[in-house]
Design a protein around this ligand. Structure first.
Ligand SMILES: [Zn+2]
Length: 648
């Protein structure tokens, strides 16, 4: 059985392969929690083995669940693959298979020979590495490199930050060179693969001004002392219950074990079924609690630091943040617990369009997950998703380098005075559906633009590679049909020329190609703010672009790739976005510049009879006597005469 790959999964695999083909070393990909890293890993192994059948792969994972997921995903694409498992916790100590899934703790002490030569090492959930853990990986990789000097390492992560200190692709002794592909929560929400998060400011707050900090994060014991106060807990629990409405499954992140029990007791006093999971909870009890939570029989789980990763209950639709954090990675991890979508029964997301998926989620039993931010995390770090999708003008802009940790008093979000929704500081219209509140804009406007770019996640797919690239202002855009010279049978493409002062950049969009090229064309169309459905043909695309359906970027980022440049980022002025949103095309029958076959709605290679039939139908539809427009009638007749001349 072929494993169905989503567009971004195909792009992930391509980005890794392209990087290696260009001589790159050890790449990292950043895929939001819940977007299917195991599918990407399986797909990558499959592609690599197709090209190099003797390649030997070692895949390092942390938990039993991950071993299981990864093996299953790979067996679906390569049922006959030679797969081994090496994990003490599972009682399996395989070493010789061509593809070996291993837990790092079980294998890092092995010498260079016992695991056989390995050409490719994959690291799943690479962000979980504490500094010490990273040492285990380095030790093992160095030993394996003694045998295979050309060994490559690829990492998969949901946040490219270590939990406490720094980015995974930066710093002394780093394992990874750079991020080659990013698909963040914002991207996945926009594409309907994840449910959106809405965050609300709360009346109850926490004072962390006196809490000691070490290594960019609050010191645990000190933090718990500061926030585990009865008045705060009581106030927070009142608010949780009041704001929850019918929400089904709540997750509360607390500052320590004691705190987690106090919050549990306060919720129980309010009639909420609530349990606590700590690092000490015995496995069988923990499994039982999680099972009952999954089934909806327990409404709330409180915990300190144990449910931040690897915990996956799709129904979570309320997250109470009661644990302040300065760690960007930890913040993103916590938010990631609430983004799994619950599609309506019978809905198949894989055969739906992004718009259909987004609509299905909106109509589902979990249209979003509510984040109640008692801890000031959203304010400090900024909203983790929807900004890029719902409201922000110029949303798909490139991300600035994001700090692995924020300051205590960093402010990246503000609360709407009407509905308390937390929105990015750079956004001036409330993002909550139906609210409509607008902030007064500061002047001059370009300062606001600068603020807007400080948001934590922008949903820009090529965020990482674009970090250092400057924006070039666009002075003009032109769209042309392009036929490859010397290859008349190749499908045509649409050539897009951007003029940036004296410099020009071009891209070719492949609406008539199959596979990945078509997927990229559809993505291009969405990025340019074209309306769905994307054009089926190049002629249609050129016509719709020239008619003004897509936005003209105010700036682009063009990156050099070999002898070409590639446009990797676009942003639009607010006026342009407003224009595109309001765009209503002139019906093709009224377009006096439209080719006759488009007006008549038939193929250009046709015959007289079809022309006449099409014309008669249009006349019946558009005759002024039948309420049609005179302009349309004249244009239909113009097209009819041109058609008769053309088909002879
Ligand atoms: Zn509002």
């Amino acid at each position: 059985m072929i494993l169905q790959q989503r567009a971004y999964q195909i792009e992930t695999i391509q980005a890794l392969l392209d990087y290696w083909r260009d001589g790159g070393g050890n790449p990292l990909v950043d895929l939001a929690t819940g977007t299917g890293k195991s599918v990407c890993i399986a797909g990558l192994i499959d592609e690599v083995l197709a090209e190099y059948p003797d390649m030997r792969v070692l895949s390092l994972v942390h938990t039993r669940e991950l071993v299981d997921q990864n093996v299953k995903a790979l067996l679906r694409v390569r049922p006959s693959a030679s797969i081994g498992i090496n994990a003490a916790g599972l009682g399996r100590r395989d070493t010789r298979q061509q593809i070996l899934f291993a837990s790092i703790q079980s294998v890092y002490r092995e010498d260079a020979y016992s695991l056989g030569p390995r050409d490719l090492v994959l690291i799943d959930e690479a962000h979980l590495l504490p500094k010490k853990g990273e040492g285990m990986y380095r030790t093992l990789i160095e030993k394996l490199r003694e045998r295979v000097p050309d060994l490559r390492v690829a990492g998969f992560t949901a946040t490219p930050y270590r939990l406490a200190d720094g980015r995974l692709d930066e710093g002394e002794g780093r394992i990874f060179d750079r991020i080659v592909y990013t698909y963040g929560i914002g991207d996945a929400v926009a594409d309907g693969w994840l449910a959106p998060l809405v965050s609300k400011a709360t009346l109850t707050g926490m004072d962390v001004s006196g809490v000691t900090r070490r290594g960019g994060e609050f010191v645990e014991a000190d933090l718990q002392r500061a926030v585990d106060r009865e008045d705060v807990t009581e106030g927070a629990c009142d608010e949780i219950v009041a704001m929850a409405g019918h929400r089904r499954s709540w997750l509360a992140f607390c500052a320590g074990v004691e705190h987690a029990f106090h919050v549990r007791d306060a919720l129980r006093r309010r009639g909420i079924s609530c349990e606590t999971i700590t690092g000490e909870t015995p496995t069988s009890e923990r499994d039982g609690i999680i099972r009952r939570f999954r089934e909806g029989r327990i409404r709330c789980l409180t915990n300190a630091m144990v449910l931040t990763t690897g915990f996956d209950v799709i129904h979570v639709d309320l997250i109470a943040m009661l644990r302040p954090t300065l760690s960007t990675g930890l913040y993103i991890q916590k938010c990631g617990r609430g983004t799994r979508p619950v599609y309506p029964p019978g809905f198949d997301p894989n055969s739906a369009t992004p718009e259909e998926r987004v609509a299905a989620i909106a109509a589902s039993s979990k249209p979003n997950c509510l984040v109640l931010d008692f801890a000031g995390n959203v304010v400090r770090h900024g909203p983790v998703d929807a900004i890029a999708t719902a409201a922000a003008p110029g949303a798909r802009r490139a991300a600035k380098a994001v700090d692995p940790a924020v300051k205590v008093d960093t402010v990246r979000a503000k609360a709407c005075p009407h509905c308390r929704t937390l929105v990015d500081v750079g956004v001036f219209a409330c993002t909550a559906p139906g609210c409509g509140f607008e902030w007064e804009r500061p002047r001059p406007a370009h300062e606001a633009q600068a603020d807007a770019e400080s948001i934590i996640m922008t949903g820009q797919r090529s965020a990482a590679p674009a970090l250092k690239d400057p924006w070039s202002p666009v002075t003009g855009v032109n769209f042309e049909r392009h036929q490859k010279r010397g290859d008349p049978n190749a499908p045509p493409t649409m050539r897009v020329d951007y003029a940036c002062g004296f410099i020009g950049h071009s891209e070719w969009v492949c609406f008539e190609h199959a596979g990945l090229a078509r997927i990229k064309a559809e993505k291009w169309w969405r990025d340019m703010r074209g309306k769905a459905p994307a054009p089926a043909t190049v002629d249609e695309a050129v016509a719709r672009c020239r008619d003004g359906e897509v936005g003209t970027p105010s700036d682009i980022v063009a990156r050099k790739e070999g002898q070409y440049t590639r446009v990797v980022g676009r942003r639009f002025s607010e006026d342009e976005l407003a224009r595109v949103r309001a765009y209503a095309p002139v019906p093709v029958v009224e377009q006096e510049s439209a080719e006759w076959w488009r007006v008549l709605g038939i193929a250009s290679s046709t015959h007289r009879d079809e022309v006449k039939t099409a014309w008669r139908q249009l006349v019946r539809q558009h005759h002024p006597d039948a309420g049609g427009s005179l302009v349309a009638m004249q244009n239909i007749n113009r097209a009819y005469h041109e058609a008769l001349e053309a088909v002879g």
